[in-house]
Design a protein around this ligand. Structure first.
Ligand code: SAM
Length: 282
């Protein structure tokens, strides 16, 4: 069955009386070149197991199952379960779990489904929860090697930006703290049914064995990053003073001690400098 063929997709969805849910971010891939490429770039060989988030009708799942040891696909929409039962019938290495990814206990899932195995995540993410899902996967320090995901192009650009560059944001710092992001390829809006308003891109986050910098307290580190970026145009004494509830004079003293110019903005700081600032106050 060619699941990326628009005729096949329409036939299956009509037969099951399925209508797309906008609120669940359901834009299904209908470009035949995308899923094989994503699977290829996510799985190095057939000893690797995969967690997929949001299989839809299984177009990416099939490509993952052909290449991986085992695939566990987490799908929230119950209406897709009978469809997946049919489209994945040829594979004995796929398990579909009917769950909300935001409520999934990934440590437990990996312990139970993939003990001692190399695990990667590969998904065409529902766009309404892209950042929470990625941050959940990273913040939990899961034993996974990489996260290969389709996200909105603008999100991909932010995540893959250099820390300390104009396009960087809090999410750039967060992603780079846990992983080495890599831009893989762009995907046009017309590759989906229904077509979203914006283009997409596939990125791979190669998860670091240990975070890029040493911080005394991760929670405080991310509060520092969030505070610094809260008002992009303002300089650090202003943003950090309000975000960390520290008098401006103390922020200025700290910046002087760390040899960071007082007129710097968040987008000019390196990961190391964010860590130094956070560690200074602990
Ligand atoms: N993988 C399919 C494809 O590429 O055609 C579908 C991708 S579609 C962008 C996102 C999928 O995520 C949908 O199947 C949707 O039902 C599912 N989904 C949405 N919210 C979810 C959640 N909280 N937990 C798990 N799956 C979810």
């Amino acid at each position: 069955m060619q699941l990326s063929n628009i005729g096949t997709v329409k036939e299956i969805l009509t037969r099951y009386g399925f209508s797309f849910s906008k609120s669940l971010g359901q834009n299904f891939l209908i470009n035949p070149s995308v899923c094989p490429k994503m699977a290829e770039m996510s799985i190095k060989d057939n000893t690797v197991s995969v967690i997929e988030i949001g299989p839809g009708i299984g177009v990416l799942t099939c490509e993952l199952a052909k290449r991986a040891k085992k695939v566990v696909a987490i799908e929230l929409d119950k209406r897709l379960l009978p469809v997946l039962n049919e489209t994945l019938a040829d594979f004995d290495n796929v398990k579909v779990v009917n769950q909300d990814v935001l409520k999934t206990d990934f440590h437990q899932l990996i312990r139970e489904e993939f003990p001692g195995e190399d695990v990667v995540v590969c998904a065409n993410l529902p766009y309404y929860i892209t950042s929470p899902v990625i941050m959940k996967l990273l913040e939990n320090h899961l034993p996974i090697q990489s996260i290969t995901v389709m996200v909105q192009k603008e999100t991909a650009q932010r995540m893959c930006a250099e820390v300390g560059s104009r396009v960087s944001g809090a999410v750039t710092v967060a992603v780079n703290y846990y992983a080495e992001p890599e831009w893989l390829f762009g995907v046009s809006a017309g590759s989906f049914m229904p077509a979203p308003k914006v283009d997409s891109a596939v990125i791979r986050l190669n998860v670091r064995q240990k975070p890029a910098v040493t911080v005394k307290n991760e929670k405080h580190f991310f509060l520092t990053v969030k505070s610094a970026f809260a008002q992009r145009r303002k300089t650090l004494p202003n943003t950090l003073s309000s975000g960390l509830s520290v008098p401006k004079a103390e922020i200025i003293q700290m910046l002087n001690e760390l040899s960071i110019p007082e007129n710097y903005r968040a987008e000019q700081l390196s990961l190391e400098q964010f860590a130094e600032i956070s560690n200074y106050f602990l």
